[in-house]
Design a protein. Structure first.
Length: 274
């Protein structure tokens, strides 16, 4: 796809999936740089195009006491440093139209949170930056409905659109993945990513901390590759129990390489050259 070739340049590999991975939020420099270095090395070994992800600020936290970031400029500076140090595209989510231009000065891909996928002002602001825009499908939305998000961005003059499946609300405290959404959204002519982390969230816990089921990350990822996902989104951390955000959903960094090795084999089995 032209979008992916433009994003990854010489790292583009149409015969493999690409990976968006990193910690949920910028915590501190040594941690961020260490994760980027390890994941980058794994992806180079397996010929997987890689985008480093970490949020410079977390606006969507359950509790007022939850960690939200080290500061916008400080977080964005670190993201930019990762990209420059390891020659990687980097991404972070934004939570308002006003953040788009600010974040675009530091990152390559602007990520639109699922609960904001219908917000026209934030989609247009992201489109206007000229950066790649990755829209997460709302927990309340169908794959078919995401055509309107794509139309908004493309009609604003930006053709660099990606969509991410992250499950649908199932009761009050669970999500379920409908894998039909992957081929449905691919029919819109954009790359489709599977969020293997947030699709396993168990939100709205009375403790004020979102729960999760990280043991199922491999299952979600394997099914996504088998059903044609172009990319995978996996948050990872060397010590998820100590992570300052979404620790209950993240894959332990030590488990990432073996999972990716399995996924590459699945991709080889199902990939059909055009």
């Amino acid at each position: 796809m032209k979008t992916l070739k433009a994003l990854f340049k010489e790292q583009y590999n149409p015969e493999n999936f690409f990976l968006i991975a990193g910690p949920c939020v910028i915590e501190e420099e040594d941690l961020v740089m260490g994760i980027a270095e390890k994941v980058s090395a794994i992806c180079k070994k397996l010929n997987i195009p890689y985008v480093f992800k970490a949020s410079y600020r977390k606006a969507n936290r359950t509790s007022i006491n939850s960690f939200t970031g080290i500061g916008d400029v400080e977080g964005l500076d670190l993201l930019q440093k990762v990209g420059q140090t390891f020659n990687l595209p980097v991404t972070s989510d934004i939570h308002s139209a006003a953040e788009a231009a600010m974040a675009a000065a530091y990152v390559d891909v602007l990520q639109i949170p699922a609960f904001l996928c219908r917000q026209t002002d934030i989609l247009l602001a992201a489109a206007d930056t000229g950066k790649f825009v990755n829209v997460k499908k709302g927990q309340f939305a169908s794959g078919e409905a995401m055509k309107f998000a794509v139309e908004k961005i493309e009609q604003a003059g930006n053709k660099h659109v990606m969509l991410t499946e992250r499950g649908n609300t199932f009761g009050y405290q669970d999500l379920v993945v409908d894998y039909r959404n992957i081929p449905i959204m691919k029919e819109l002519g954009v790359p489709v990513i599977m969020d293997c982390t947030h699709s396993l969230q168990q939100p709205n816990q009375t403790s004020g901390v979102t729960g999760g089921n990280p043991k199922m990350i491999g299952t979600i990822a394997k099914a996504a590759i088998a059903t044609g996902a172009n990319g995978l989104f996996i948050e990872t951390h060397p010590n998820p129990s100590k992570a300052k955000s979404d620790g209950a959903n993240m894959l332990h960094l030590d488990h990432l390489e073996s999972l990716l090795e399995e996924l590459v084999k699945i991709r080889e089995a199902v990939y059909v050259k055009a």
